[in-house]
Design a protein around this ligand. Structure first.
Ligand SMILES: *Cc1c(COP(=O)(O)O)cnc(C)c1O
Length: 454
């Protein structure tokens, strides 16, 4: 295939470098701003939270960044992850399309998140850090960082959104088995948490609040850093391993995707699979479609504004330009907890703004229908988040059938649903409802966006 630069994989078929989309973009993304001065931030502004190695990765323009050997040694436990052809699903849909999925549920935490957790734990250990604080929604990120912390001898403190803490006791038990401490957020441990509780003792918490608590702990303690499981450039960089492996696997299958699909919470599994392909396209390779799928109840890309906003509720983070519903927006409860974030990765927002990707939103019941159809055909029970990608893949396959086209479809099966059985129990009991967000609340949250000089 002309114009396709191959990425370098080692003898075990694991990439030697991560791929950085920044090197191939037609225009650079807007700078990150200091909320006080409105000026672009520098490395020192982020130093209380992250090791310099990760800050460097946040801004690097290099196309490839070497994966340290100790990180690749751990990746080897489950990587390369399989790329499967969904032949039984194709038969069930009676479609001429070829459907493939990259399965990230084979990792120790059951999702793609360990790809960045291991890297972030490595760089923090190397910088002499003792402890990492973080937030988690449904618990997938918390368990991934807990696992990575255990391998590198780091303490891990996880602030878990209270409603999930109470609903998903098994995720908490998994974190504790890996040696992490798991605290319900909002908590009494931080100023941000105490302020929320004083206002509303029964607050169910949100990702924005939990981020404030974890950031505050890291900012106040020299031996503690903060880690984020999505959104940031260095997280998307680490996830690129998914797409680089898939490119080689498609080569082995003598096929190449026409359309690639991923669900989007903060954007990392979508970017991880699609950006290495997008890089090939931007360097003169095949023209392919990239589709981001989000929940209709938290429609960041399809209904949010592309504007500067904070990443957290207490406004402790820098200002980033991203698709956002407003940092005070609290999405209604639905079962794909990993997709309930008010913002979107700046790089995913940027490529959307450049017209390089498409976005669409689905309701939760139609996503569970697609997920159960998939489980029946393929034998893997998907995470509720991944059901969004499956729904889009099914729709694309049905379109191919209607148009009589034998296209190749690929999606990221970002995780398994073994810790999400309550959601499936509710679905089978007919208790799931489609959730709609409050239009007034969204309008208020968007009206409250910080004003930034153009
Ligand atoms: C966290 C999570 C997501 C959403 O996060 P992204 O950063 O958008 O990938 C999706 N699927 C699973 C299984 C997750 O754990």
């Amino acid at each position: 295939m002309s114009g396709q630069v191959k990425y370098t994989l080692d003898e075990t078929h694991i990439p030697k470098n991560w791929y950085n989309i920044m090197a191939d973009l037609p225009a650079p993304p807007p700078p990150v701003l200091h909320p006080g001065t409105g000026q672009p931030i520098g490395p020192d502004d982020l130093a209380p939270l992250f090791p310099m190695s990760l800050i460097a990765q946040e801004v690097t323009q290099e196309r490839e960044v070497e994966i340290p050997q100790p990180v690749r040694d751990i990746y080897r436990q489950w990587r390369p992850s399989p790329l499967y052809r969904a032949r039984r699903l194709e038969a069930a849909l009676d479609t001429p399309a070829r459907i493939y999925y990259k399965y990230e549920g084979v990792s120790p935490a059951g999702s793609h998140k360990p790809n960045t957790a291991v890297a972030q734990a490595f760089y923090n250990k190397e910088a002499g850090i003792k402890r990492i604080s973080t937030e988690t929604g449904a618990g997938q990120w918390g368990s991934s960082l807990a696992f990575a912390g255990a391998f590198f001898g780091l303490e891990v403190d996880v602030y878990m959104v209270k409603v999930s803490f109470n609903q998903k006791p098994y995720r908490r038990a998994l974190m504790e088995s890996f040696g992490a401490r798991c605290v319900a957020s909002p908590s009494e441990e931080t100023e941000s948490g105490r302020a929320i509780l004083a206002d509303n003792p029964d607050s169910p918490g949100s990702l924005g609040i939990a981020i404030s608590e974890a950031v505050e702990i890291a900012a106040k303690n020299d031996d503690t850093n903060y880690a984020l499981g999505s959104v940031l450039n260095h997280v998307l960089l680490h996830q690129s391993i998914v797409g680089m492996e898939a490119i080689e696997q498609f080569d082995m299958a003598d096929d190449y995707p026409d359309v690639i699909i991923g669900c989007t919470g903060g954007g990392s599994n979508f970017a991880g699979l699609t950006f290495p392909f997008l890089g090939q396209k931007l360097r003169g390779g095949r023209d392919i479609r990239l589709v981001a799928v989000e929940p209709a109840a938290c429609p960041t890309l399809t209904k949010g504004k592309f504007a500067y906003d904070f990443g957290d509720t207490a406004h402790l983070t820098p200002l980033v330009k991203m698709h956002t519903l407003g940092s005070t927006f609290v999405p209604p409860p639905f079962h794909a907890g990993g997709l309930r974030y008010h913002g979107m990765a700046p790089l995913v927002s940027h490529v959307h703004d450049l017209g390089l990707i498409e976005a669409r939103a689905y309701q939760q019941i139609e996503c569970f229908e697609a997920g159960v159809l998939f489980a029946h055909a393929e034998g893997i029970l998907p995470a509720p988040e991944a059901n969004h990608a499956i729904k889009a893949a099914v729709d694309e396959a049905n379109r191919c059938k209607a148009e009589g086209k034998a296209e190749t479809i690929c999606f990221n099966l970002s995780g398994h649903g073994h810790f999400d059985m309550q959601a499936y129990t509710d679905y089978f009991a007919g208790k799931l409802t489609d959730q709609t967000y409050d239009e007034n609340e969204l309008a208020m949250a968007l009206a409250g966006l910080p004003s930034v000089a153009a």
